[in-house]
Write a protein that binds this ligand. Structure first.
Ligand SMILES: Cc1cc2nc3c(=O)[nH]c(=O)nc-3n(C[C@H](O)[C@H](O)[C@H](O)COP(=O)(O)O)c2cc1C
Length: 361
């Protein structure tokens, strides 16, 4: 049973003991300065039996911070804090990437250190609310990045990725999904630029491809993955021509020799499969994830791999509540449901206190 999920696999130069990936999951439990500590190290070490962990979205520079309690990859203290995490995971026999996430327009001056206005490809205001210390405030109008700032932002991605390697990560995943900065460049609704970084498909994919190339040059392409979510509508993102955009993006990314593309399935109302679209145009390793709505249980995820629709399968919420998810899959054991009330912020509750089969709560 579940032979495909449990089969060893390869990502870049890494040999993985199984094909189950832990999704990047923002948990908002770093310090106010974006520094991880022993509790975070415990949380990730508990989940080290995943074939590969992709740690939660971390901001490359404070101007790209999206959430209170989000960790960063910018300061020496943040690098030190992450080292506790990577050491703990490696000691437990695991492998760990970190997601480099610039939040773009999904933020608020009260979240960004120094009270900075969130930035985006264009001044297009998202609908939605920012959660700040128990309050919910409308997401503000972002400031459009100037053309000469783009190189600086790309440099933030590259420096943060080098910092991640210094912190002991096995690689990084660029977050180009779910309505954050890189995805905002891809979308024809949020990218209205006319400076060569917008206007048509080639213009809109340019910032993402250039960033991936720079990061790959800095830390090695085999240590760089990228996450995309064609047709996704979270964080008020929308794309009217995703079916044109993603083939062009993937054809250009194919040239870079990246470790993987991590694709989320498109929402049911698109009427097409983002996952199959990616499989058709991406020649490298493909990690599949659901779309928040489709719920592929281990049997379905195993079939997806058996059918050749992806190479590895990534679980998010099931890893929150089942630290020993891979062992449970192996044994066909029951899975614990996750509790959404403790997803974001707080301490050990709903974070490090989910039981394993051998150590019930
Ligand atoms: C609490 C929570 C935090 C998340 N944080 C991130 C994140 O930091 N980066 C990201 O790309 N996706 C994030 N996601 C999306 C998940 O990675 C995943 O795509 C989603 O949960 C669907 O997979 P699942 O059905 O296995 O949970 C988050 C989802 C949840 C529930």
């Amino acid at each position: 049973m579940f032979d495909h999920l449990l089969a060893p696999n390869r990502v870049g130069q890494l040999e993985l003991p199984n094909s189950v990936v832990m999704a990047p999951l923002t948990r908002m439990r770093a310090s106010a300065d974006g520094v991880m500590g022993p509790l975070n190290a415990d949380y990730y070490a508990q989940r080290a039996s995943a074939g590969l962990i992709v740690a939660e979205g971390a901001f490359p520079h404070h101007s790209g911070k999206s959430y209170p309690g989000q960790p960063g990859l910018e300061t020496p203290e943040q690098i030190e804090g992450w080292r506790l995490v990577t050491d703990a995971v490696h000691e437990a026999g695991g492998l760990i990437f970190v997601q480099v996430m610039h939040g773009g327009r999904i933020s608020h001056p009260r979240i960004i250190p120094g009270g900075l206005t969130p930035v985006a490809p264009s001044a297009v205001q998202p609908e939605g609310l920012a959660r700040i210390e128990g309050e919910k405030l409308p997401l503000p109008m972002p400031r459009a990045l100037e053309t000469d700032e783009l190189v600086e932002v790309q440099e933030h991605y590259a420096t943060a990725s080098a910092n991640a390697i210094e912190a002991g990560f096995d690689g990084i995943e660029l977050h180009s999904a779910n309505g954050y900065l890189l995805h905002e460049f891809l979308s024809d609704v949020t990218n209205l630029r006319d400076d060569g970084y917008g206007t048509d498909v080639n213009g809109r994919v340019r910032f993402v491809v250039e960033t991936a190339k720079l990061v790959a040059e800095r830390i090695g392409a085999e240590r760089v993955g990228i996450r995309i979510s064609p047709g996704q509508n979270v964080n008020d993102i929308s794309e009217t021509d995703a079916l044109n955009t993603y083939p062009v993006l993937l054809e250009q990314l194919n040239e870079l020799g990246l470790a993987y593309v991590h694709a989320m399935e498109s929402p049911p109302d698109t009427g097409w499969s983002g996952l199959d679209l990616v499989r058709e145009h991406w020649t490298g390793t493909l990690i599949a994830n659901s779309n928040f709505f489709t719920d592929w249980d281990p049997g379905e995820a195993d079939k997806l791999l058996a059918d050749g629709r992806a190479d590895l399968y990534c679980y998010g919420r099931r890893f929150i509540s089942n630290p020993d998810l891979v062992e449970r899959i192996r044994l066909g054991a029951e899975l614990t449901e996750s509790d959404a009330k403790t997803f974001y912020g707080g301490g050990a509750e709903g974070y490090t206190d989910y039981p394993t089969l051998t150590a019930p709560a």
